[in-house]
Design a protein around this ligand. Structure first.
Ligand code: F6P
Length: 321
């Protein structure tokens, strides 16, 4: 392997820069040239890539976002475009590709290798932590901590004003951020995607709290398919006599300096990915299970959904009551 390319794709996640740096520096240390692709698959399709050296990735370890920029590309869904892209990569002497992104991005990577034989390796880069086969993803820890900073602040106001806050966190349809934030922030209720809201139960819990002279309450709600859910629940609580406010944390959860945990995770996985490619392993993602680095066939990621473990949901519910 003499030349590889690296790209970030899908929603940005804190730690992506640390991963790019680890890929670039490990490759250079092993005598492999590295090309950074701009704007994910859009840049890949257009041949928008640049040769990187050690200084191209200097001083980015601690920064959020991605220096390579990112995109959600529709063009790459077309098999013909993928075939043309593989040709373009080969013509440029690029022999392998590292894709840092979420499950949609890794699905694109898988299709590229399956259809064209072009070697790819994936890194789990998403705040959602919803990628099958890995217990952790680059950016999740930072997003949880970012959301918690806000939750702790909202708790102050909830207590001072004796209010209920309905706090919506990101995580697409998975609920990993909601569960972690709910547990770590002491939420009185956690509403998971795919689980209908039990309004009566929420009211009973609020009444229990009031009987115990606890006047503040936080309800963490995972964003799901219904964008109206948070405002509807807040409205219904108001009608039922509970002073409630909604707070949608939104994209603040995607930015910011990565935590130490995410920097180490990204550095480790980025470096290991290059070594796997050098050893001839591809069409896999490198992830983590039981504190060990594992490889997960990209096919498994495409055909399986990762769900929040029941024990964690049970724990969240026990602690909330
Ligand atoms: O996948 C990361 C994520 O932030 C999800 O949690 C969220 O559903 C989605 O991306 C938002 O996407 P966009 O940046 O296109 O608004």
């Amino acid at each position: 392997l003499k030349r590889l390319a690296v790209l970030t794709s899908g929603g940005d996640a804190p730690g992506m820069n640390a991963a790019i740096r680890a890929v670039a520096r490990t490759a250079l240390a092993r005598g492999v040239e590295v090309y950074g692709v701009s704007k994910g698959y859009s840049g890949l399709v257009n041949g928008d890539w640049q040769c990187m050296d050690r200084t191209s990735v200097a001083n980015i370890l601690q920064t959020g976002g991605t220096i390579l920029k990112t995109d959600r590309s529709d063009a790459f869904r077309d098999p013909q475009v993928r075939a043309d892209t593989a040709e373009r990569l080969r013509a440029a002497g690029i022999e392998a590709l590292v894709v840092i992104g979420g499950d949609g991005s890794l699905t694109g990577a898988h299709r590229l290798e399956e259809e064209t034989g072009f070697p790819v390796i994936g890194l789990p880069g998403t705040i959602d932590n919803d990628i099958f086969g890995t217990e952790d993803t680059i950016g999740f820890d930072t997003a949880v901590n970012t959301a918690l900073e806000s939750i702790d602040k909202l708790r102050d106001t909830a207590t001072s004003h004796e209010r209920v806050f309905v706090v919506e966190v990101m995580g697409r349809s998975s609920g990993f951020i909601a569960t972690s934030v709910g547990i770590a922030g002491g939420a009185e209720n956690i509403i998971m995607p795919g689980h209908p809201i039990d309004f009566q139960l929420i009211c009973e819990r609020l009444n229990d709290s009031l009987r115990r002279r606890k006047f503040s309450s936080l309800i963490v709600i995972a964003e799901g398919e219904d964008p109206q859910l948070t405002s509807q629940l807040t409205h219904d609580l108001g009608v039922a006599g509970y002073p409630a406010r909604a707070c949608i944390l939104g994209h603040v959860q995607r930015g910011g300096s990565p935590t130490g945990h995410d920097r180490v995770l990204a550095s480790y996985l980025g470096s290991v990915a290059v070594d796997y490619l050098l050893a001839g392993t591809s069409n896999v993602m490198v992830g983590v299970r039981k504190a060990e680095v594992v490889t997960v066939p990209l096919q498994d990621i495409v055909s399986n959904k990762k769900v929040v473990p029941d024990e964690l949901i049970d724990l969240a519910q026990i602690l909330a009551t």
